[in-house]
Every structure is written in C-alpha cells, then in structure tokens.
Design a protein around this ligand. Structure first.
Ligand SMILES: N[C@@H](CCC(=O)N[C@@H](CS)C(=O)NCC(=O)O)C(=O)O
Length: 243
C-alpha cells in the first residue's frame, strides 16, 4: 500500500509468533493510529532487544519510567522518538487532531483506575502463563525470568487447581461495577462516552484483544460482561490493521 511506503509514524511493537500485535498497551496506540488513519509501519522487537533498540535510536529513558518498553514511536516528519503510551497518545492527538479523540475524561479516568485496581492482577495471572507460549525461545527466556521475579512463583504454578476460577469469582462484584460504568452512556452510543470513541475505550478493547489473542477462554471471562463486550465490538473497526 502506498501509505505504508510513506509512513508518518514507525510503531515499535512487541514480537510474538503470531506476527501481529499482542500487547494490550501497544494496542491502545495502534487503535489511535487506525482510528485517525495515520499512515504507519510496524517494527516488531523481541523482549531482550527492546532496551538495546531504544538505546541505539538514542531514546532517553523518560523520568516517569523504570525500564524501556513498547510502545515507542518515531514521528518520521520531525524525526523524533518517544516511548510511553500516555505521552504518545497525547502527542498523536495534538499532532493529528482530526478526527478528535478524547484522551482524558472524568469517566474514562475512573474506569481505567478501577480496571487497574480491581481486575489487573486477575487478568495478568490468566494471561501471563499462556502468552509465554506465544514468544520465541529468546523472548521466553527473558519473559520467564522477569515475570517469575515479579510474580514470585513459576509460571506453571499460577493457574494450578482452581486458582483462576476463584480469582475471577472474587473480582465479580468489582467487574459488575466496572460494567455499569462502561454502560453509563450506552443510550447515546456503544462507546464509554457514547457516540465517539475515546482513549479509555482503546484501553479496555486492548485488554480484550490481548486476551483473545492469548486464549479465547480468557477473552470470554471479560466479554461476558455486556459493557466490556459492547466496547470491544465497537472498537473492532480500529483493530483491522494489526501488524
Ligand atoms: N508504561 C508503559 C508500559 C508498557 C509496557 O509494560 N510494555 C511491555 C509490553 S506489554 C514491555 O515493553 N515490557 C518490556 C519488559 O518487560 O522488559 C506504557 O504505558 O507505555
């Protein structure tokens, strides 16, 4: 495609054996690029190559970050590089204001905060031991070492017995509250703010898309809540370009 030959943006994404986007965080940025129809191309990077690649392109580690991560972007016209999903989202909104995307709203911020506090650990524990199998041997070694250090147990133990079911059952009341918040404006449209998508929708849809790519059963645990399902389906048009 001609737009892909002349990208405005180079998107640094995480490599996986499916050769398309897996990371929920990169999905947020990818959905902005797709929504705004900004021409871009993707460079997929293996986990152990993220830091050396970022250093090689001269990207300083932002003060707010403790390690190099994807997403990162190059804005080709100005030859500037940046990392961190939130600063990238703000940059894209100010540089490409049409069509507009609400980056921060009171409701969106509330939903993102509650999702992080109520659902994140349960989601992570369902996804991490499974997505391990989607990485190359080099990335698997890196992923196992770093994630086992953070989680404090072997990946194989995370899903032992009925731990997963129990964990999802335990967060059901919080998920119900999140579901209600997601449906706040459903009379006006399928997105969190109603008719138009916002960054918070891409946050939610990115989680579901990561779950779906990793394992359908994890996706279903989220999609059974109508608010999650509605936002996910409304964002599907922005997930068409995935590599
Ligand atoms: N604060 C970062 C977090 C992004 C993040 O955690 N990215 C993961 C991929 S999903 C990563 O690159 N991890 C590298 C590592 O663990 O070394 C952002 O919002 O951009």
């Amino acid at each position: 495609m001609s737009t892909e030959n002349q990208p405005e943006i180079v998107l640094y994404d995480l490599a996986c054996v499916k050769n398309f986007c897996l990371s929920p965080v990169v999905w947020r940025i990818r959905m902005i690029l797709n929504y705004k129809k900004i021409p871009y191309r993707t460079i997929f990077i293996e986990f152990p190559d993220i830091e050396p690649t970022m250093k090689a392109i001269g990207l300083p580690l932002p003060e707010s970050e403790t390690k190099y991560t994807v997403p990162a972007i190059q804005h080709v016209p100005s030859n500037t590089y940046m990392m961190g999903s939130d600063p990238i989202a703000e940059f894209l909104e100010s540089t490409y204001p049409e069509p507009p995307l609400s980056i921060a709203s009171e409701l969106g911020t509330k939903i993102q905060t509650q999702a992080r506090t109520a659902a994140w650990l349960t989601f992570r524990n369902s996804v991490v031991p499974r997505e391990y199998h989607l990485f190359s041997p080099r990335s698997q070694e890196f992923f196992r070492r770093t994630r086992e250090a953070t989680i404090g147990q072997p990946l194989e133990d995370i899903l032992k017995g009925d731990r997963e079911d129990e964990s999802w059952k335990a967060i059901d009341p919080e998920m119900q509250k999140l579901n209600t918040l997601l449906l706040t404006n459903s009379a006006q449209g399928p997105f969190i703010l109603g008719e138009q998508p916002s960054y918070a929708d891409f946050f939610i849809a990115g989680l579901l898309q990561c779950a779906r790519t990793t394992e359908e059963s994890v996706f279903q645990r989220l999609a059974k809540y109508p608010g999650f399902d509605q936002v996910y389906n409304a964002c599907l048009p922005f997930m068409e370009k995935r590599d």
